[in-house]
Ligand binder design. Structure first.
Ligand SMILES: Nc1ncnc2c1ncn2[C@@H]1O[C@H](COP(=O)(O)OP(=O)(O)O)[C@@H](O)[C@H]1O
Ligand SMILES: [Mg+2]
Length: 415
């Protein structure tokens, strides 16, 4: 898939942008703080709704305005065209009918009711300095990495996550409202029973996806890491969820010789139902066992909202023990695995964004990045267009590279 044109309105420092781009390599250069990252963030948000930099949609609206709009004109690998348009507005916007913030998503002039109907259409993988957060920062960054990847492949996973978040928020609100811990009314306990049951069901499905994709990421990232670093150290990642769950899942898969099915073509309906039942029972028991504690503390202390993936280099947790250079290599390997996995599962070629990444990588890493990018439309940002000559030279389609100068929210294409 490739983008033919990009349209932004009141997005970051862009008042209005209408830009035609080339189907292969597009290079945006300019001084700092001119809007290079804002542009690629706009492209990413236009396809994926979420930003790679912020979780607050408000931040994306141009200062002083009340809504942003993004739109992409795309052509798929089979030559068919599609248009994706999205808009986010605050409660002050004229678009807000009920005094609340909101979003509108449009695919080819028809409204998309659900985010999941929108986000799978155009897949973009972005490489940015923020990727380092996946390795060195809080679990939320790793969950976001995992969730983004799985949602791109399986939009229904996105729905599971939204349902889970909604139920959890309701449960947390109830936990906060219970004043008397000693004497919780039957009505409250019934309500909590219901939510725990529903949360456990959703958790089982989410866990089954997360465990599988963690394994896949581990295998593929480890291979990329080996080729970037010369194979001296071994990268691995481990899915970390509610205590005992991974053990039960692994036991089920090995005892019934279902590992290959689970990793490959998928479990049969019967097997899926059985393992889902085992996991949801386990999660439900755990939730019940901490109920009094959670009521007392007004929190949900256990659950897949606390999941993590542990990234290890030769069995040492990288977050705690690795150097910045090692963390950068691991982050790159993880992102390359994201790209490879999307290619495995999605038929149309993903679009790539490299936001200011070359300056931070040494030559070997730059080259492994570039060699992973065959056939794709690529957007590159940099401060000095002469600094990336060598990389551009080995890129496919580089002879057709287009250059654009970014200056204070204006973009000029080089003739
Ligand atoms: N919501 C916003 N509205 C207007 N300007 C913004 C907004 N968010 C960021 N900016 C401005 O965008 C500039 C940074 O742009 P960015 O694309 O990150 O720069 P770079 O070209 O270095 O990648 C800063 O000057 C910042 O003030
Ligand atoms: Mg930038």
């Amino acid at each position: 898939m490739f983008i033919r044109s990009i349209h932004l309105e009141n997005f970051r420092n862009y008042g209005r942008l209408d830009l035609d781009v080339g189907p292969s390599v597009n290079i945006f250069y300019g001084n700092n703080a001119q809007g290079k990252t804002n542009l690629v963030e706009g492209i990413y948000v236009a396809s994926s709704i979420a930003s790679h930099r912020t979780s607050k949609d408000q931040d994306l609206i141009r200062f002083g305005e009340n809504e942003y709009k993004t739109s992409l004109d795309l052509t798929d690998d089979d030559g068919s065209n599609v248009q994706l348009s999205s808009c986010f507005y605050t409660e002050k916007s004229a678009l807000s009918k009920n005094g609340r913030t909101g979003r509108m998503l449009i695919v080819d002039n028809a409204p998309a009711d659900k985010i999941s109907d929108y986000i799978g259409i155009c897949n973009i993988v972005i490489f940015a300095p923020e990727d380092l957060n996946i390795v060195k920062n809080a679990p939320a960054y790793r969950r976001k990495f995992l969730n983004t990847l799985i949602s791109k492949i399986s939009p229904s996973y996105f729905n599971l996550l939204s349902n889970y978040s909604r139920l959890l928020a309701q449960k947390n609100a109830l936990l906060k409202s219970i004043k008397n811990v000693e004497n919780v009314s039957d009505a409250y306990n019934d309500q909590l029973d219901f939510w725990d049951f529903s949360l456990a069901e959703l958790s089982a499905e989410i866990i089954l996806k997360r465990f599988r994709f963690s394994k896949l990421i581990s295998d593929i990232a480890s291979r990329h890491h080996g080729s970037i670093s010369g194979g001296k150290e071994n990268l691995s990642i481990e899915y970390n969820t509610i205590f005992g769950v991974v053990g039960a899942l692994e036991t089920f898969l090995t005892k019934n010789s279902k590992y290959d099915d689970y990793m490959g073509k998928g479990l049969s309906e019967g097997d899926y139902g059985r393992i889902k039942g085992i996991i949801s029972d386990l999660v439900l028991a755990k939730l019940k066992s901490v109920r009094n504690y959670d009521i007392d503390k007004h929190i949900s202390s256990i659950g897949i909202h606390r999941d993590d993936i542990i990234i290890k280099l030769d069995d040492l947790e990288m977050k705690k023990f690795s150097s910045q250079g090692q963390q950068r290599t691991a982050a790159l390997a993880l992102k390359l695995s994201e790209l490879e996995i999307i290619k495995m599962f999605v038929s149309s070629t993903p679009i790539l964004i490299l936001d200011d990444v070359f300056s931070e990588l040494d030559k070997t890493r730059r080259m492994s990045l570039v060699s992973a990018m065959k056939d794709a439309q690529i957007f590159i940002t940099c401060t000095d267009k002469n600094m990336i000559g060598e990389e551009i030279d080995i890129m496919e389609g580089a002879d057709k590279a287009e250059f654009y100068r970014v200056d204070g929210g204006n973009i000029t294409k080089e003739a």
